[in-house]
Design a protein around this ligand. Structure first.
Ligand SMILES: [Zn+2]
Length: 414
C-alpha cells in the first residue's frame, strides 16, 4: 500500500461522523419536484453549497435551469471542481432531489429527521441519492485535506430533477452547457447491488405512452347505441402487451433479459356502473433491449392502435411521455476498468458489467456519446418508508471514488 493512499484512507476513516452530519443536514431539507407537490432543490442546494465552501472547496459553479413553477424560479445544478494534474476529469454525479415521503404512517419516525440505528442511517433521501452526494464530497475532500493532487481533475455534479425525468437536470445540462469530454471518467452512483459486484453499463430503452381512446358514451342497457371506449382500451392494452412476441430477443446482460411492455396507470372513467364510458385513458411503460430502436416500437404501436380503431370503431391518440434511447458503455471502457479496479481494492470483490431496466442520468449521457458507468453499494430501499443507508457503504464508496480520483500514475509514484 502506498503512503499517498494510506493518508487518504486514514483521513476518510477519521471523518465518518462528519459524513453522518452531512446526511443529517441534507435529510432535513426536502427537495421535491413541483410535479410531486414540492418546491424544487434550491434550499437544499444552498445548504450543500455553503457546506462545501466551508469545507474548503473554492470552485463551485451554478448551472441553473429556469423553472417558473418553483419559488426563486430556478432548478439548481451545481458543479464543484478540484484541479488535478490532468485536465481530463473524473465525475461523480449525484442528484439532489428526492421523492415525497409517501404514506407517513408506514415510517417509524420523522422521514425528514435523520435517525441512526446501529450502522443504519434512516431518512428520506439517505440512499437515493445522498449516499452519492456525501461519498463524492468526502472523496474529493480527502485530497484537499491531505494536500494530495489527484491525477484527474475532480468534478462533483449535484444535479436537479432526476426523479421526474431530469428535464431540469441532466437533459438541461447536456443541451445548454458543454461540461463533459469524451476522455472523462463519468461515474453515476445511483444504482447498484448489495455487495458492489455489479457495474451497470447499459439501460434498456425507455418508452412511456399515454393512450386516449374515444368512443361514444351511452346507457349500459343499450351498448348498441354507443361505442365502449373501456372495452376497446382493454383490447388495446392486450395487443400492446403482445408486442413482446415481436420484440422477443433475449440478452443475458439485462435482468430480466427480455423487453417489457406493461400497461400501468389507468385513469378513472365514468363514476357509475350503468354508463358505457365514451373515453378511456391508460398508460404503457416499455423497457426495450437496446438492439431494438424506438422507431420500430413506434411503428408497432401505430399498427396495433389502427387495428383496434378499425375493429371497435374508436379513435385512439398515443402521446409519448418519455422516449429514451441509449447505447451501452463498453465493458472495457476506461471508466468501467477504473471502477472494477477500485471496487476490487476497497471491497475485495470482482465486478461484472450488467444492464438494468432503467433509468439513470447515465442514459442521456450515453446517448450523447459519453461513456458512463453506474455503480454504488446499496440496500435497495430507495423510495420506501424507513429508507436507510449503511454507514459502512458510505465510507466504502467514498474510498472507491477516492481510489479512482487518485489514478494509476499517482498510486505508482510512491
Ligand atoms: Zn436516484
Amino acid at each position: 500500500m502506498t503512503t499517498t493512499w494510506k493518508n487518504i484512507e486514514t483521513w476518510i476513516d477519521a471523518h465518518v461522523e462528519q459524513m453522518v452530519e452531512l446526511q443529517r443536514l441534507l435529510t432535513a431539507i426536502p427537495a421535491i419536484a413541483p410535479e410531486s407537490g414540492g418546491d424544487g432543490e434550491a434550499k437544499k442546494c444552498r445548504a450543500l453549497k455553503k457546506w462545501l465552501a466551508k469545507a474548503g472547496i473554492k470552485d463551485i459553479v451554478h448551472y441553473d435551469a429556469p423553472d417558473s413553477r418553483v419559488r426563486g424560479g430556478v432548478r439548481p445544478n451545481l458543479v464543484a471542481t478540484i484541479p488535478g494534474r490532468k485536465k481530463d476529469a473524473v465525475w461523480i454525479i449525484a442528484h439532489t432531489d428526492v421523492v415525497p415521503e409517501g404514506e407517513r404512517k408506514l415510517w417509524t419516525g420523522d422521514p425528514w429527521k435523520l435517525r441512526r440505528d446501529g450502522s443504519k442511517l434512516i431518512g428520506r433521501g439517505v440512499e437515493d441519492n445522498q449516499q452519492a452526494i456525501v461519498s463524492g464530497a468526502f472523496a474529493a475532500l480527502s485530497f484537499l485535506k491531505t494536500h494530495t493532487v489527484p491525477e484527474r481533475t475532480i468534478k462533483l455534479l449535484f444535479a436537479a430533477d432526476e426523479e421526474v425525468g431530469s428535464a431540469m437536470g441532466m437533459h438541461y445540462l447536456l443541451e445548454h452547457h458543454n461540461l463533459f469530454s469524451r476522455d472523462d471518467l463519468i461515474v453515476v452512483p445511483d444504482s447498484g447491488v448489495e455487495d458492489g459486484r455489479a457495474i451497470e453499463v447499459a439501460e434498456k430503452n425507455m418508452f412511456w405512452f399515454k393512450f386516449t381512446v374515444k368512443g361514444k358514451q351511452t346507457h349500459a342497457s343499450h351498448p348498441d347505441q354507443g361505442v365502449n371506449a373501456f372495452l376497446a382500451g382493454s383490447a388495446l392494452a392486450l395487443v400492446l402487451h403482445g408486442m413482446r412476441n415481436v420484440f422477443h430477443q433475449r440478452d443475458k446482460l439485462f435482468s430480466p433479459p427480455w423487453s417489457t411492455f406493461e400497461p400501468t396507470k389507468k385513469e378513472a372513467n365514468v363514476p357509475n356502473v350503468n354508463t358505457i364510458p365514451g373515453e378511456d385513458v391508460f398508460y404503457l411503460d416499455c423497457r426495450i433491449l437496446p438492439r431494438y430502436s424506438l422507431d420500430q416500437v413506434r411503428d408497432q404501436v401505430a399498427r396495433r392502435a389502427a387495428q383496434i380503431e378499425a375493429q371497435y370503431g374508436v379513435r385512439i391518440t398515443a402521446e409519448e411521455l418519455q422516449a429514451n434511447e441509449s447505447p451501452p458503455t463498453k465493458a472495457e471502457a476506461p471508466v468501467v476498468r477504473a471502477l472494477a479496479d477500485a471496487v476490487k481494492r476497497v471491497y475485495g470483490v470482482n465486478t461484472k458489467p450488467v444492464g438494468i431496466g432503467g433509468g439513470t442520468v447515465a442514459a442521456p449521457l450515453r446517448a450523447k456519446g459519453y461513456d458512463a458507468a453506474v455503480w454504488c453499494r446499496i440496500k435497495h430501499c430507495a423510495h420506501q418508508p424507513d429508507e436507510y443507508c449503511l454507514v459502512e457503504n458510505l465510507v466504502g464508496d467514498t474510498k472507491v471514488f477516492a481510489r479512482i480520483m487518485l489514478g494509476q500514475e499517482n498510486a505508482k509514484m510512491d
